[in-house]
Design a protein. Structure first.
Ligand code: G6P
Ligand code: MG
Length: 217
């Protein structure tokens, strides 16, 4: 029986994945480092500092820790400028209806985002009211693809992983959900998310019925 659905935020509930991309692109451009949509795929679900390492990996630059912190802060300032304009209109199509109908069935909702900006984004979207638990990425030992963040959300909700579904737009996120022993729903394309148990191009392709079918027992 389906007891809880645990959502990623960026790229699943709202399109902040695009703002992350734009902010990393601007930083890379400023450093003269090549950056592509393809490389950006690898940053989805990955923490800020790990993302910076990926952005810099082919640059030949070897920067001291303090300089890396400064660059990560610069990217984050730019990103925060963009998310400061988010409104409830920025919920992805289908999300309000889906979250409403899951709650009407008594299904618990959790958030498992690696973003330290997640609470502020939820607030701006007016979406905090739907969630019974929000995992805290600050205290995690390991990020996605490690299952830790999804397991933490399930524990906060008081449900066992076998009764949970995770929803993700990142390859690292799908791997984390599967490793947690949950069913994985991918938002995106098979090229990136081929291992998901159910794949849809956008959240409007999801319904409570489709989700409940994934967990029969
Ligand atoms: C999410 C996004 C990543 C981002 C990470 C950290 O997982 O998919 O692209 O790097 O959060 O976000 P933050 O807002 O803390 O920099
Ligand atoms: Mg995401």
């Amino acid at each position: 029986r389906l007891e809880a659905v645990i959502f990623d935020l960026d790229g699943v509930i709202t399109d902040t994945a695009e703002y992350h991309y734009l902010a990393w692109l601007a930083l890379a451009d400023g450093l003269g480092v090549p950056f592509s949509r393809e490389k950006n795929e690898r940053l989805k679900g990955v923490s800020r500092m790990e993302s910076l390492d990926i952005v810099l990996e082919d640059s030949g630059l070897s920067l001291p820790e303090a300089e890396k912190q400064r660059l990560a802060e610069q990217k984050n300032d730019h990103y925060r400028e963009m998310i400061g304009r988010i409104t409830p209109e920025d919920l992805l199509p289908g999300i309000p209806e889906l979250l409403d109908s899951l709650r009407e069935r008594g299904i618990l909702l959790g958030l498992a985002s690696a973003s330290l900006n997640a609470p502020q984004i939820l607030e701006r979207l007016g979406a905090a009211r739907w969630f019974q638990a929000i995992a805290d990425p600050a205290g995690l030992r390991k990020g996605k693809p490690d299952p830790e963040i999804f397991l933490q959300a399930a524990e906060l909700l008081g449900v066992t992983p076998g009764h949970c579904i995770g929803v993700e737009d990142a390859a690292a996120g799908i791997a984390a959900i599967k490793a947690a022993g949950m069913k994985a729903v991918g938002i995106g394309s098979a090229a990136q998310l081929g291992t998901a148990d159910l794949l849809v191009p956008g959240p409007s392709g999801l319904s409570v019925e489709k989700l409940m079918e994934l967990i029969q027992l």
